[in-house]
Design a protein around this ligand. Structure first.
Ligand code: SAJ
Length: 421
């Protein structure tokens, strides 16, 4: 393939990152073959529809599928550039060990169709050393190809690590405008990957080595986790000392070099609550603050549940409204959500005394089954419930005026109502 020609691209893993990435690459005019293990996902995309919620993604996928630029299947196909965006969950050993087996399985599949001049890019959040392991997995299947960082002279293929850093709810915008770190197994690999990203990224693309890029991604999320843990720890200290944490943070943040984040019911989602453990796993002796931050943020969830329970016990004749299930504001993603954990725990204990308000849910998730808790709208909750527990900072909750909350016992875990201490 000459440098000025649009490469054929194979994107493997069509989830929250892979599908928007595939669509954005296709929008730039590159033919994209998307791959997913789920036949239902493949069929949905080939109809021009989507299986995840993300702002403006439906229109974009429909457009690129209609133009014939994106098609999906369950098989990896020959291409010039391969983008791997499959999950890297924890292993089931209970020790937060990263499980890179999906990435390695994909590497072996890609190896079978690789040809001279191809580029393989790993985007999945991965422990340090995974890109080199991908290279080794490919080398084992294809001893005929000269591998970067091993072979003398010019290698046959390029391999790089390029993490995404997009925020759910703003994925399409951030995929295009965020800066990217591109880590090559060798500088030449980085240059090849850079040329590819330049086709659809408007942000700056900075090249480095693969291990540094892997660590950079983990560090970004660990940095945020540590900062949120600081805020959550403050909130628990404030509870013990009878202080208003929101007032303390508001005042401290007037210092020109202080910027404390917002306490909440814990940290959810599949990135910030997961990635710091990959650092801890790689350097358990050294990664002490990072480990402690994870534990503090998890502890906050149990602290919130204990306080909510105390309110329920102290007010036995009142119904309890849990406001929100999502892992953060204004999205419909309930995975790894502390709000959902707290609400479901209360539902199991207090049954039909619990009302859940979640404008982004059509029904209560599975773990509420058999609890007699009810999904209600916000007006019903305000009419029926004497205890209000704000678990998610959805805009629709923030705008509830003080008069409508008057007379209720309120636990505001997110600081959405400035008039409540
Ligand atoms: N949270 C707080 N207090 C805060 C900020 C967040 O309690 O002040 C909570 C949220 O409610 C949520 C969790 O933290 O439960 C994570 O939310 P988030 O908005 O901080 O991050 P994510 O998980 O949606 O996306 C993060 C982003 N990483 C950083 O900001 C460093 C995003 O840029 C990454 O691309 C994404 O992880 C990812 O895919 O890794």
């Amino acid at each position: 393939m000459r440098g000025d020609m649009k490469p054929d691209v194979c994107v493997i893993g069509l989830g929250y990152i892979g599908l928007p990435t595939a669509a954005v690459i296709a929008r730039a005019g590159c033919p994209v073959h998307g791959v997913d293990v789920a036949q239902g996902v493949v069929d949905t995309i080939n109809r021009g529809e989507i299986h995840i919620e993300e702002v403006d993604l439906d229109g974009l996928v429909q457009a690129v599928v209609q133009r014939g630029l994106l098609k999906a299947s369950i098989e990896v196909a020959s291409a010039d550039v391969f983008v791997i965006a499959v999950p890297t969950p924890f292993a089931k050993d209970g020790n937060h060990t990263p499980d890179t087996s999906y990435v390695m399985a994909v590497a072996r599949k890609v190896a079978q169709v690789l040809k001279q001049g191809d580029t393989v890019i790993l985007e999945s959040t991965s422990p340090v050393g995974t890109t080199e392991a991908v290279r080794d997995a490919i080398a084992a299947v294809r001893p005929d190809l000269a591998m970067p960082g091993i072979a003398e002279g010019r290698p046959d293929i390029s391999i790089a690590y390029c993490p995404e850093r997009v925020l759910p709810g703003k994925i399409l915008e951030e995929l295009t405008h965020n800066d990217r770190s591109i880590g090559g197994i060798t500088p030449r690999c980085a240059r090849k990957a850079l040329a590819f990203y330049k086709r659809f990224v408007k942000g700056e693309c900075v090249t480095t080595d693969a291990r540094s890029a892997e660590m950079t991604k983990l560090v970004e999320n660990a940095f945020r986790d540590v900062n949120i843990a600081f805020a959550n720890e403050l909130s628990m200290i404030a509870d013990r000392q009878g202080l208003d944490v929101w007032e303390v943070i508001r005042l401290a943040n007037r210092h020109p070099r202080v910027n404390i984040l917002t306490p909440g019911p814990g940290v959810g989602g599949h990135c910030i609550a997961v990635d710091p453990w990959f650092i801890v796993h790689g350097a358990p002796e050294e990664a002490r603050i990072i480990r402690q931050a994870r534990e503090t943020n998890d502890m906050k969830m149990h602290h919130v549940l204990a306080r909510a329970r105390a309110l329920a016990e102290a007010n036995p004749s009142e119904k309890i409204a849990c406001l929100g299930l999502a892992f953060k504001a204004n999205i419909d993603d309930f995975r790894e959500s502390p709000a959902r954990y707290v609400a479901a725990s209360l539902a199991r204990e207090y049954g039909d005394r619990v009302c859940v308000v979640e404008p982004y849910a059509g029904e209560l998730p599975q773990e509420f089954a058999g609890t007699n808790a009810e999904l209600v709208d916000i007006d019903t909750a305000l009419e029926e419930c004497g205890v209000l527990i704000a678990l998610v900072d959805h805009d629709v909750f923030k705008v509830i005026p003080a008069e409508e909350r008057q007379g209720r016992i309120i636990y505001d875990t997110r600081g959405i109502w400035p008039d409540v201490a």
